[in-house]
Design a protein around this ligand. Structure first.
Ligand SMILES: NC(=O)C1=CN([C@@H]2O[C@H](COP(=O)(O)OP(=O)(O)OC[C@H]3O[C@@H](n4cnc5c(N)ncnc54)[C@H](OP(=O)(O)O)[C@@H]3O)[C@@H](O)[C@H]2O)C=CC1
Ligand SMILES: Nc1ccccc1C(=O)C[C@H](N)C(=O)O
Length: 509
């Protein structure tokens, strides 16, 4: 145990206590409230205390997307790190940043427990500020071809939900947080990473001046998305295996406008799905009353003759999604087909994420997943959570923390990347099936009677941040064996009773 002194977030208070290294815990003995003159002296003390800590690191984070911003917030709140965030694009909050350099391929995000848990870990206030800007969705609303609607709840209580938010909007909120955070993070927009060297020297093209610029950092964190430059540089230093797969599905962003006075034209507390087996349409609510809608279909359908002209597109949509076409509007549907890009969907796994204590990849740079489980961002935020826990555990020994991160995180990341692919079949096809609904009902019934000893896979993934993705898959595989037996039993019983009935009627004839 070592005697130490540390400062609380409230800058007038100083806490005197000890640090129990074996339990990695601060033990508080007393709190002293300071006068102004004392503050001046302790400020000096505090800075010399910080600089005396062994970890005084300069960190470059590449990519100011969702994960890069949260990593920057998290590290800047630890003592001993000075953080600079580099981003290729211009500042999305500026008027001059045109819509075209923002994103026309944005599928709404669904923030769930893992994401919220990570936000809370960085700052409980941050979690509540973001929760004010989301719309909870408590289930899927299935829109059948007949026009019928069916609500399928995500949780047993019918209340627990995932939270819809626009990606660009959330990104801007996080950038704002960086601006107002106590220990300011320098954010450099318009910097395209070109090269990372083993010793932390990094080179950029400044996209405004077109000049090359070089910087030196102790640590480089790549949060630069699916096509990460940091990842390709990392491959020069370690034997990083990675595999990637483009799935045969493209997407197109559409929109359902708000009614007058920001009213919603569909139930706002559902994730709406028009499942049509090989293709589907979805819609997620926004605060202003609109819905961001996305059409997913195989590339072959997008490129088919059927969808090659306005007449074909209208015919296809009027047949498959008659109610949705009315809400989207035919004109804006045709505009989207003519002007919005088709998004590719990439699934990517790596087998390790760091080079010593020098380079780390995180978020989509380390694991890109297709969007169907709504876990891409949640998982990226969870990366930040896991990293923070390991930095605490190893008292900011970066080598130890990164090594453990690489060794342990890989299992969970591989599990969620696979789960995300399998959820496409569930959303586009299975939700229509009576057998699937029966299985979901049995799943919920078992939870009701067994409590925490039986948890549906969706619950574990979306609502239980304390259960790792790999563990959730492992548990659900075992539960599935039992579920399949019960389901087969029920189907057999219903079939048997039906047959009994038929035979009875035949005998009475
Ligand atoms: N809803 C959607 O459509 C999308 C959602 N997401 C969500 O966001 C989550 C988190 O993503 P995250 O890991 O933050 O990745 P992101 O792709 O969101 O962010 C990475 C950022 O790094 C920038 N970048 C790329 N290359 C360079 C470079 N050489 N130099 C400097 N900057 C660079 C990217 O710019 P640029 O974008 O120009 O490459 C982007 O702004 C995902 O898991 C997913 O859930 C991510 C992408 C799309
Ligand atoms: N945000 C998304 C974006 C695109 C596709 C799906 C989602 C989901 O969130 C799906 C949700 N988890 C579901 O299983 O119903």
């Amino acid at each position: 145990m070592a005697a130490s002194l540390w400062r609380k977030t409230d800058w007038r208070e100083i806490i005197i206590g000890t640090y129990d290294f074996s339990r990695n815990q601060k033990l508080q003995l007393s709190t002293v409230t300071l006068t102004i003159s004392q503050i001046l002296t302790t400020n000096e003390m505090s800075s010399s205390f910080e600089s005396a800590t062994p970890h005084n690191k300069s960190v470059a984070i590449i990519g100011a997307g969702l994960v890069g911003c949260l990593t920057a917030l998290s590290l800047s709140k630890r003592s001993g790190y000075s953080v600079t965030l580099f981003e290729l694009r211009p500042d999305p909050r500026l008027e001059s940043t045109s819509k075209s350099s923002k994103n026309l391929r944005s599928i709404n995000l669904a923030v769930s427990d893992r994401g919220l848990n990570a936000l809370r870990r960085v700052d409980p206030g941050l979690e509540s500020r973001i929760l004010e800007k989301v719309i909870p969705m408590t289930g899927r609303m299935i829109h059948k071809l007949s026009g019928e609607e069916e609500s399928q709840k995500y949780a047993l209580d019918g209340k627990k939900g995932i939270n819809s938010i626009d990606r660009g909007y959330l990104n801007e909120l996080l950038l704002e947080e960086l601006d107002i955070s106590e220990k300011k993070v320098e954010v450099k927009f318009g910097y395209k990473l070109e090269k990372v060297q083993e010793d932390g020297k990094i080179s950029f093209t400044n996209t405004n001046t077109k000049q090359q610029e070089q910087f030196q950092f102790d640590l480089v964190i790549g949060a630069d998305g699916s096509f990460s430059k940091v990842r390709s540089e990392l491959q020069k230093f370690i034997r990083l295996d990675y595999s990637q797969q483009y799935i045969d599905c493209a997407y197109l962003e559409l929109s359902i406008p708000a009614l007058d006075n920001n009213g919603f034209s569909l139930d706002k507390n559902h994730l709406h799905i028009w499942p049509r087996d090989d293709f589907m349409l979805i819609a997620l609510p926004n605060l202003d009353g609109s819905f961001t809608s996305t059409f997913f279909a195989p590339w072959g359908l997008f490129e088919s003759k059927e969808l090659s002209n306005d007449e074909g597109i209208l015919k296809f949509f009027r047949y498959n999604f008659p109610d949705a076409v009315e809400l989207i509007g035919e004109e804006s549907l045709l505009y989207a087909f003519a002007h919005h890009p088709r998004g590719k969907l990439l699934s990517l796994k790596c087998n390790q994420y760091n080079y010593k204590d020098k380079i780390l990849i995180i978020g989509d740079a380390a694991h890109s997943m297709v969007p169907f489980y709504g876990q891409g961002m949640n998982c990226g935020f969870e990366d930040v959570f896991v990293l923070t826990e390991l930095l605490d555990k190893h008292r900011d020994d970066l080598s130890l923390a990164f090594e453990e991160y690489s060794q342990t995180r890989v299992h969970d990341l591989s599990a969620i990347v696979d789960l995300a692919i399998s959820n496409y079949k569930e959303m586009s096809h299975k939700v229509n099936s009576k057998l699937f609904l029966l299985k979901t009902k049995i799943d919920f019934l078992l939870t009701k009677s067994l409590g925490d000893r039986w948890l549906p896979l969706y619950t574990m993934v979306s609502f239980r941040a304390d259960i790792g993705y790999a563990k959730a898959v492992q548990i659900s595989k075992r539960q599935d064996i039992i579920l399949n037996w019960i389901q087969a039993g029920i189907v057999g019983l219903v079939g048997g009773l039906g047959l009994w009935n038929v035979l009875g009627r035949w005998a009475r004839k």
